[in-house]
Ligand binder design. Sequence first.
Ligand SMILES: C[S@@+](CC[C@H](N)C(=O)[O-])C[C@H]1O[C@@H](n2cnc3c(N)ncnc32)[C@H](O)[C@@H]1O
Length: 377
Amino acid sequence: MPIVEREAIGTDLGDEDAIFHIQAQNGQLGATVGSWCSILRVEVQSTILLFPGSLWCFTATLSVDIDPMSGSLPTLGDVLAHWTQNFRERGIDEPESSAELILAHAVDKNMVHEVDLSRAMTKTVAARMEHMCRRRMKREPVAYIIGEWDFHDLTLHIRPPVLIPRPETEELAALALAGVHACGSGSKLRESGALLDVGSGSGALAVFLLTRLPGWRGVSVDISPVACELTTLNARRHRVFDRLSVHQGDIHLDSTFRDLASAGPYDIVVSNPPYITEAEMAALQPEVALHEDRGALCGGTDGMVVTRRLLNMAASLLRPHTGRLYLELGLGQPAEVERLVRHGLHDRLRYLHTRKDFTNRERFCELAACSGADGSS
Ligand SMILES: C[S@@+](CC[C@H](N)C(=O)[O-])C[C@H]1O[C@@H](n2cnc3c(N)ncnc32)[C@H](O)[C@@H]1O
């Protein structure tokens, strides 16, 4: 069997003594390239500390025993198969698509079908794959690892711990857009209008809607500074930043309400508020519970703390008569919103529709403003 000496570069999640850790991890290093060769000897030449106390980058000489069947170095396809298998064995959710997306990004592509899987693996790609796949092994969501995620046809920057946009929220965006288009071809709304995105997170809703409504302006609000930075970044990426005002604030505060109201009235208010109950939080999968912002998920004991505040504010923010509020909520919550509105707790709002998501669950509400902020009809 041919034995060759090769330079290697890699990263390792180690402790203070990187050399010790890497030596101790020879088996792991072997596992990384082990599907096509086995490591006989590792000599570490240098180490660089990338993040204090955690991530080391090293260069080493590996004596490797090349697979006698192929007699050649691994291809990107071999690496893909290797990590897919690793993820599957460790019980990682969506092992195939995780490995495919990570590989694509390791070679600066978006999708695996753009990658020539017969290409030989390089040191740089090996190191990138190793680093990203180890994060996935710790149940970090792929979107955080690759730093982006698609929302309809837009690719958004994504950064932990800001909520990763979900497919249901694409449906909410489509509902709001359909509401504007339903106004008829002669309607002024098609030409210009104002929207407010409450709890903007990555900016998915506001940015998507503004790209589709070129004559509109928007305001976004989020309590999280990181979320506001991300909304800004995505608004710039999709060239709507000149029409979006990004506001950081807590909607429970009167000062935030006043700021939002002074930029209104809004033809559309959209929101995917935190709606998971305290009890449901305990049952979340590790990808969500360990990595996504609790403040983006948990809506208090009944999951409706932010939603109730939004209902209290909405009539004063919406354009009287024509303004619409679109909400994405948890199971059972649309019925509760309908009950609150129909029983007169929000007498300046009218409940229009409950809509189902693609799994046929009632998840969205559409409400209308029925009078002016002073209560006039
Ligand atoms: C479920 S996430 C939705 C993010 C984004 N709109 C989406 O759909 O992907 C809820 C967002 O509301 C924000 N949020 C939670 N409580 C808030 C509050 N009191 N005031 C303003 N924003 C809040 C969170 O920071 C989070 O970004």
